[in-house]
Design a protein around this ligand. Sequence first.
Ligand SMILES: Nc1ncnc2c1ncn2[C@@H]1O[C@H](COP(=O)(O)OP(=O)(O)O)[C@@H](O)[C@H]1O
Ligand SMILES: O=P(O)(O)OC[C@H]1O[C@](O)(COP(=O)(O)O)[C@@H](O)[C@@H]1O
Length: 314
Amino acid sequence: MILTVTPNPSLDRTYEIPVLERGAVLRATADRVDPGGKGVNVSRAVAAAGQRTVAVLPLGGPEGALLARLLEELGIEAAGVPVAGSTRVNISVAEPDGTLTKLNASGPELTDAEAEAVLEAVRTRVESADWIACCGSLPRGLAPEWYAELVARAHRAGARIALDTSGPSLTAALRERPDVVKPNAEELAQAVGRPLATVGEAVKAAEELRGLGARAVLASLGADGQLLVDETGAYFGTAQVTAVRSNVGAGDASLAGFLAAGGSGPAALASAVAHGAAAVQLPGSAMPTPADLDPSAVVTTADIPLDRVLKEPA
Ligand SMILES: Nc1ncnc2c1ncn2[C@@H]1O[C@H](COP(=O)(O)OP(=O)(O)O)[C@@H](O)[C@H]1O
Ligand SMILES: O=P(O)(O)OC[C@H]1O[C@](O)(COP(=O)(O)O)[C@@H](O)[C@@H]1O
């Protein structure tokens, strides 16, 4: 079972509009609402892959009730922790040329007791979890060390941890030796405090995160593919994509693919790349099912193109 933890989940509302004009009244041509937050998306993708998952998340207010209902409709088991504040709504505005503008709310402030209740919900399920994926930003009220505490407690209980977060909460958790961290290029650059222009610079940065405590680093580099750096070496994976429709949640789909394929080594990297490539070809934050995957479009290699200039430097 893959347990996910999303301390700051969301309802993701996507509006499609012809063009985004500041200061104007804009009419949407279509809109949709998806259950969101990075761990929730990982659970959606793991469930779509046909594997068992439980999503631990604080839920509050009418938005929290709707999020719970949407997860139920998808058949995803949610371990909801009731909180006083309302679950946030994040807005994405999608234009026909593929430009996506995102507005993420800060979400409710959690009390110390609510934050502890989330950790407790994890503790009671840790024994049945093959992996615990801890994902996304921390809501107000949680100290930057909250993920570090979660990693430490889960490790003491014998679980493996995948961590997808950024900034101080990533840095603080590294010393507790998470089994895999999944930064995107921007988060990787931020973590090492310098820009990344080539695949080789990204490999160096990932090695630095290992030096700081991460056992393995799965770095997603947007259109440039993905890197896995672990104790056996470094591997690079790419996949051909014909048309990008929405990259919302592509990193979450990748992490789900990685964990669903065992969570280590080049075969798991190939699964991560296949899931990322499939996710960007689907609308909104839709997560790929096995029918959407094209493993034949994926190439992985230990012969890393170190000098390759990143299309999206970070
Ligand atoms: N423009 C793109 N073209 C092809 N693949 C993409 C593109 N954007 C994302 N992907 C795939 O999805 C993965 C995750 O996307 P990325 O943007 O790196 O993560 P995140 O969503 O965490 O920011 C990439 O490593 C890649 O496999
Ligand atoms: O926790 P954060 O960093 O605010 O991000 C939350 C948002 O990220 C998502 O999980 C999507 O991930 P990406 O923005 O990385 O594509 C949305 O479902 C959610 O609205």
